[in-house]
Design a protein around this ligand. Structure first.
Ligand code: IVH
Length: 696
């Protein structure tokens, strides 16, 4: 199992990426999948005791937009704990939702010290997937509207909300002061109509109603929002002064509705029978498609508001409510065709072309079919009715075929014999098919796109559309040629001008200094992902060393082969399986790759390791080590580097703050000092054992 800290760092990296592209208006993940990442992150961050100020989920201004005033919430806007179809018990067995709900309910009854006979009615409400809003009303008038933000502080969107007409400007017959919470949403029909206008104007479409609604509420100029049909569901009075409120949630909803607020009283159900509560959730789920809004589940709350204070909350969740999450949405649609996509390494992937269908907030017309054996296993045929699901996947998937409705005359999908891009005969390797032609135009394009992507050289401005043009019009075939591009050549291309061309050139200049690991990622060598690239760069230090080693390894130089034998050393590189090592080093010593390295060097691209990636290892991270004497296999600086990469500190002198002294032959005064102070002394083997924990 991977270390919590390492997983947390990985999650943080993913979350930052998705947040950025979300803000740029091109999200790749459905919101539910983003929330799943965030939840896992919060769980690990809790477990590791990461303080709020350092966390992504509670960082100030999570949804803050430049130009909007930040407002502190009087009471934090928390989130709900969830009943989840994916939850497992301590033995790994799936836990039915009914059991999870019963456990939650029992805990609440216990907290309230209810006698076995006493009822505890619950209320079930739809959980609309919109954007949360907090509304301040004074003397019946809407005074302020604030986004959730990081839960503690949000953005002031009063003008936008007022202009949108989504919530009442005035609450009828209400004096005093109160804060309401609710959800703003964009009904499907209004969202689709707006997207139609965008389509007609040739503009980029909005991914789903939720993102669209968030975008509308962050418009700097709110004029015209009133015509776009945004609505709301107001479900909670968080605090009130000088207002007489009922004591039950269902009555509060009715009270709100009498005051003119949309509180959806007719959509809720009160019951003290868990079976009935669950049945209502399931009934509502069955109606999901016919609703005018997206719901991602139901909210089950204690009906008696007088209990809320006694039930209390954690820093994240109130104890008076829980969310019932629906399983990922699945839709049936017709398979119109199977396209074959050529990846950067020549891998051919079958992609389903579908009759467009609305799944979990977006229109899906393409979905992954993974690989040909998988397609054959499912026996997916053109003309079939297939099931499409988006379960936290970037690309929607075809999860099955409705064999009962298979039309007559369908035939199995044939495996391609020729590459669809260059017509080279394809090769089969394990479960995949490959186009073996490295000059295949589709591969060239994909490889360059990958080289410029965020995880590799991260070249600003060189996106897929421009890569298409530089390959087709400027004849760029290889990464080093990108660095030879001139601003005036780029300025001539479609949708480019002098300014954007100069930006791309500046982006290329900046990318030159990203270092060896990013270059290795960018070259899309099989088995070399980000982690392997970083390990290789850290281990060899420079492309020169790495390539020299690759050559020796391929020539079966005994010393090189011995260096990587799995029982030697403990690092990621020494532990490389022989098959993987041979594949990586064969590619690195191929003339084509060497030519790219030489070209990149000529263009001034840095081919040395930048500071190595750190990946915390339990038992090493945060500990202070002192190295002394000559170690049997590791050089002193190698050992220090490995400790630092695992999150440990290396100090020159022994003190009571030292956790370990690693002593080799001829260790002198430092060893004595360690013994004096009772500091643990390790030999090299002991250190390697500690570092080894990484792989567990
Ligand atoms: S009660 C602690 N009731 O779901 C917050 N929330 O994680 C309790 N939501 O972002 C809120 N419909 O904005 C509640 N009927 C409903 C809801 C609802 C949607 C949203 C809420 C929050 C999330 C809860």
């Amino acid at each position: 199992m991977s270390d919590d800290r390492a997983e947390l760092e990985l999650l943080a990296e993913q979350l930052r990426y998705h947040e950025r592209i979300y803000r740029e208006g091109s999200p790749e993940l459905p919101d539910s999948a983003f929330d799943e990442l965030l939840e896992r992150y919060a769980l690990l961050a809790d477990r590791l005791g990461i303080p709020g100020s350092e966390r992504l989920d509670t960082r100030p201004g999570a949804d803050h937009t430049e130009g909007f005033q930040t407002v502190e919430h009087r009471f934090p806007m928390l989130s709900l704990e969830k009943l989840s179809p994916a939850r497992r018990d301590s033995k790994g067995a799936a836990m039915p939702l009914a059991e999870q709900l019963a456990a939650w309910y029992e805990r609440r009854r216990k907290d309230l010290e209810l006698t076995p006979g006493a009822g505890l009615p619950l209320i079930v409400e739809p959980k609309i997937d919109g954007i949360s809003v907090s509304l301040l009303y004074q003397e019946g008038l809407l005074r302020r509207a604030v986004t959730r933000g990081d839960g503690r502080r949000g953005d002031d969107i009063t003008r936008q909300v007022q202009e949108s007409g989504a919530v009442p400007e005035r609450l009828r017959g209400v004096s005093g002061e109160l804060e309401l919470r609710g959800e703003l949403y964009w009904p499907h029909a209004a969202f689709r109509a707006y997207n139609e206008e965008l389509r007609a104007a040739g503009e980029r479409l909005i991914v789903n109603p939720r993102n669209g609604c968030a975008g509308l509420m962050k418009r700097k100029d709110p004029s015209g929002l009133g015509a776009l049909g945004v609505k709301s569901f107001l479900y909670q009075v968080v605090w009130a002064r000088g207002v007489e409120l009922p004591q039950r949630q269902s009555e509060v909803l009715a009270w709100l509705e009498r005051a003119g607020a949309p509180a959806y009283c007719d959509q809720v159900r009160v019951s003290a029978e868990l079976a009935e509560v669950l049945a209502y959730c399931e009934q509502y789920q069955a109606r999901r498609d016919s609703l005018e809004f997206d719901i991602d589940g139901m909210v089950i709350k204690v009906e008696e508001l007088g209990f809320y204070d006694r039930l209390g909350s954690t820093g994240h969740h109130p104890h008076w409510g829980i969310a019932y999450k629906f399983p990922p949405e699945r839709k049936a649609t017709r398979l119109l065709g199977v396209a074959v996509q050529v990846g950067k390494s020549g891998k051919l992937t079958p992609v389903a072309e579908l009759e467009p269908v609305f799944v979990a907030g977006t229109v899906v017309s393409r979905a992954s079919l993974h690989n040909f054996p998988e397609l054959e296993r499912k026996d997916v045929r053109v003309g079939d009715q297939v099931w499409v699901e988006k379960a936290g996947e970037i690309i929607p998937q075809v999860v099955g075929v409705d064999l009962a409705h298979r039309p007559d005359g369908t035939v199995p999908v044939a495996r391609p014999e020729l590459c669809p891009s260059c017509s080279t005969p394809v090769l089969a390797e394990e479960i995949f098919l490959y186009c073996p032609n490295p000059a295949c135009p589709a591969q060239v394009r994909e490889r360059l796109q990958h080289f410029c992507s965020r995880h590799a050289l991260d070249i600003d401005g060189l996106g897929p559309a421009l890569i298409d043009q530089v390959t087709s019009k400027l004849d760029v075939r290889s990464p080093e040629q990108l660095f030879q591009l001139q601003a005036d050549q780029l300025a001539e291309l479609e949708r480019m001008g002098k300014k954007s061309a100069e930006n791309v050139i500046a982006g290329l200049q900046r990318a030159k200094g990203r270092g060896l690991a990013r270059v290795l990622v960018g070259l899309a060598i099989r088995h070399v992902g980000e982690t392997m690239a970083e390990d290789l760069a850290a281990y060899f230090g420079s492309a020169e060393e790495l390539l020299a080693f690759a050559e020796r390894y391929m020539a079966e130089d005994p010393e090189a082969v011995q260096r990587l034998s799995p029982d030697k050393g403990s690092g990621a590189i020494e532990g490389l399986a022989r098959k993987t090592a041979s594949s990586i080093f064969a590619e690195l010593s191929s003339p084509a790759v060497r030519k790219v390295f030489a070209g990149l060097e000529r263009e001034g691209v840095s081919l040395v390791a930048t500071s190595a990636r750190r990946s915390a290892v339990k038992g090493v991270a945060g500990k202070t080590f002192v190295l002394t004497g000559t170690l049997p296999t590791l050089k002193r600086n190698e050992a220090a580097e490995r400790i630092k990469r695992a999150g440990g500190k290396v100090s020159g002198s022994v003190s009571k703050n030292t956790d370990y002294v690693v002593a080799g032959a001829d260790a002198g005064s430092k060893l004595e000092k360690a013994q004096e102070l009772g500091v643990t002394v390790l030999e090299e083997a002991g250190l390697l054992e500690l570092l080894q924990a990484q792989g567990e």
